[in-house]
Design a protein around this ligand. Sequence first.
Ligand SMILES: [Zn+2]
Length: 193
Amino acid sequence: MSDNQDAVLAANAEYAARFGGKGGLPMPPARGFAILTCMDARLDPAQYAGLAEGDAHVIRNAGGRASDDAIRSLVISHKLLGTQEWFVIHHTDCGMETFDDATMAGLLEKSLDTAALEGGAWKDVGNGPGAVDGHYINWLTIADREGSIVEDVRRVREHPLVPGYIPIHGYLYDCSNGRLTEVPAATEAGRPR
Ligand SMILES: [Zn+2]
């Protein structure tokens, strides 16, 4: 068993010991909303948005991007579990701003090992072989921080499986101080129709 496994299981034993009455929570989110946000380890949506177990759906991926799979989750969130309001939350200092598709595919072509960020540029320092398959993936990187929020809100808004009455809000989370700031152009793009 790895150190991480030991630590996770020890923390879980403590959590389960004080689990209390939460075993009776209903499946649909009590507060009726969903958040799409980045997987960044510095973001804790339960804390930055004040969520308890059972409150809301939180969908996370690299960048908090409106990928097909993120939209799949949002559609389920509303259609089957009743959420009526959605937030798209990207953040400052996102790793997705540090590379583009060609860079990622090039790194993976050299090796599958962890690359190094040297002077703002990614460099592959691993042992090959790599694989060419990275060229076939849209990595959904971020070139324009606020623009990416607008783009994602718009993509969700315009999706044929998303009803026009759901408000979709766009926010930026600041990793340096924990603050959420609304991106008005994104919220405007996500206004109910
Ligand atoms: Zn991020």
